[in-house]
Unconditional design. Structure first.
Ligand SMILES: *[C@@H]1O[C@H](CO)[C@@H](O)[C@H](O)[C@H]1NC(C)=O
Ligand SMILES: *[C@@H]1O[C@H](CO)[C@@H](O)[C@H](O)[C@H]1NC(C)=O
Ligand SMILES: *[C@@H]1O[C@H](CO)[C@@H](O)[C@H](O)[C@H]1NC(C)=O
Ligand SMILES: *[C@@H]1O[C@H](CO)[C@@H](O)[C@H](O)[C@H]1NC(C)=O
Length: 455
């Protein structure tokens, strides 16, 4: 009996030793970015205590959700169940934006129970190796996507997750790369059973940017009145939207809205007044934002706050709002252009867009044309000058010729007159002779020379 008890104690000691709790993190196990919502989970059984940098806090649930993490949340996380403590998990929050973008293209961050959303994943370097997940009601599941759509030649894909049921709110969506540390941002979707919904962003609002809150009613009836509340205090608004021009830390809080509405086709309709669920607004520090400049066809991107080695990417915004990467950094057509800095683990914010018209020719061609024009002009001047000089020389030469010609003319005249004295035919003969004389003369001189040489 004692022996059995001993074995039993040993067994308990062994299993206790093995059953060390572990901190699991969603979305994980990749990099964590500023603004992410983190879900930490501690397995095992018994009372839970959470530690951040070895300091216990008041969180005592199996899962600890941290919304909108910032660099302040970098550190060591551990949990204890009963008397056993987990190994610490190190989390480093990066200030960039994840390299791939996940966005809501249909549906809103707050949907009615039983509804769904459509997401879009974009990665400039192709979609091969990517898969997407949803974390809801304590479990992370993979979302089915046709493998054919995830090829290296595609940069965007639409994702159709399942509808959200009861107890599946909030649902966190993100995508991961199988081989690399790359990940997308996290989209948070919550459900409500109310007819009225306060719509914010599916991610924390960026400090220093504009934010629009919307009060929507399911089925789009006529809204006659809408009111917004922040931490139970009514905000001033005149329509069913509330705009914050520049988001600050003070805008964080619990928001809700109240709408009075009436459906068009219901004649015996008394207006309803319904208050939405509360939405917690969180903020995040704006990631570095570069500045785009365009000179002629050439784009350049500069970013003062971007530290570490990075490169730049250029984008063209298509008519449908899609961003197309411009790999050579040259303006192709009229339109909106943007740029961003790119690191190994993330990207910067997009620059402010610049609208530009594609120039007809590059500045180099214009410079070459101008230089050619100048050269042509100089050549023309030189040509004219040379021509003039030639004309002058020719005129001078002609003058000289005229001086000589009269002599010859005179000589001919004289010869003619002489010949005339001798007779018509004689004139011809004289002329002929004078030519032969010349020839003979030449000959003679030549002969004389020869004769001289011969001597
Ligand atoms: C927690 O999960 C890890 C990994 O799945 C496992 O090794 C460990 O034994 C679990 N701990 C408990 C207390 O269940
Ligand atoms: C912790 O769990 C309790 C009961 O399950 C729940 O009511 C409460 O909202 C949870 N707290 C947090 C912060 O999730
Ligand atoms: C980070 O912590 C510092 C001091 O603890 C605080 O002033 C700052 O506002 C925090 N930043 C964020 C983004 O929470
Ligand atoms: C019209 O309004 C009444 C009262 O609000 C409601 O009971 C009824 O269901 C509505 N009918 C339709 C078709 O929406």
């Amino acid at each position: 009996m004692e022996r059995i008890l001993f074995i039993f104690t040993v067994f308990i000691a062994l299993t206790e030793g093995h059953q060390k709790p572990e901190v699991t993190m969603w979305p994980g196990p990749k990099e964590i970015y500023s603004g992410d919502t983190l879900v930490l989970s501690c397995n095992g059984s018994g009372q839970v205590t959470w530690f951040f940098n070895d300091k216990a806090n008041d969180k005592s649930n199996e899962t600890w959700t941290i919304t909108a993490v910032s660099t302040n949340n970098s550190g060591l996380y551990s949990c204890q169940r009963g008397t056993t403590k987990s190994d610490p998990k190190k989390i480093t929050v990066l200030e960039y934006i994840p390299p791939a973008t996940l966005s809501l293209i249909s549906g809103l961050p707050v949907i009615t129970l039983g509804d769904s959303v459509v997401l879009e994943l974009q990665d400039d370097e192709g979609l091969e190796g990517w898969f997407c997940r949803v974390y809801k009601s304590g479990r992370a599941r993979r979302i089915k996507i046709r493998p054919a759509l995830m090829s290296s030649s595609e940069t965007t894909v639409q994702i159709h997750p399942n509808i959200l049921l009861k107890n599946e709110s909030p649902a966190l969506y993100w995508c991961e790369h199988k081989k690399t540390m790359k990940r997308s941002n996290v989209i948070t979707v919550t459900t409500t059973d109310k007819m009225v919904m306060l719509e914010t962003l599916p991610e924390p609002a960026t400090l220093g940017k504009e934010l629009v809150l919307q009060c929507l009613v399911w089925g789009q009836p006529i809204i006659s009145e809408a009111a917004f509340y922040k931490d139970d205090k009514q905000l001033e608004s005149s329509s069913s939207t509330y705009k914050i021009a520049l988001v600050t830390k003070h805008d964080e809080g619990k928001y809700r809205c109240q709408a009075t509405y009436k459906f068009k086709d219901n004649k015996s309709n008394i207006p309803h007044t319904v208050t939405s669920d509360t939405q917690v607004l969180r903020t995040k520090v704006a990631p570095p934002q570069p500045v785009l400049t365009i000179k002629g066809k050439d784009m350049s991107c500069t970013c003062e706050k971007c530290t570490g080695s990075h490169t730049y990417r250029y984008y063209y915004k298509r008519m449908d709002g899609k961003l197309m990467q411009v790999t050579d950094g040259k303006v192709l057509t009229d339109g909106e252009y943007m740029c961003r800095a790119v690191w190994d683990q993330g990207v910067s914010m997009l620059s402010q867009p610049i609208y530009t018209r594609a120039p007809q020719g590059s500045p180099w061609i214009i410079i070459i044309i101008v230089i050619l024009g100048i050269l042509l002009f100089v050549a023309l001047i030189i040509y004219i000058w040379i021509k003039r000089k030639h004309a002058n020389d020719a005129a001078k030469a002609q003058e000289a010729a005229y001086e000589e010609l009269p002599q010859t003319k005179d000589a001919i005249e004289m010869q003619k007159t002489k010949a005339g004295e001798q007779g018509g035919e004689g004139g011809y003969e004289a002329l002929k002779r004078s030519k032969t004389d010349e020839k003979e003369g030449e000959y003679q001189t030549l002969g004389a020379g020869e004769g001289k040489g011969g001597e």
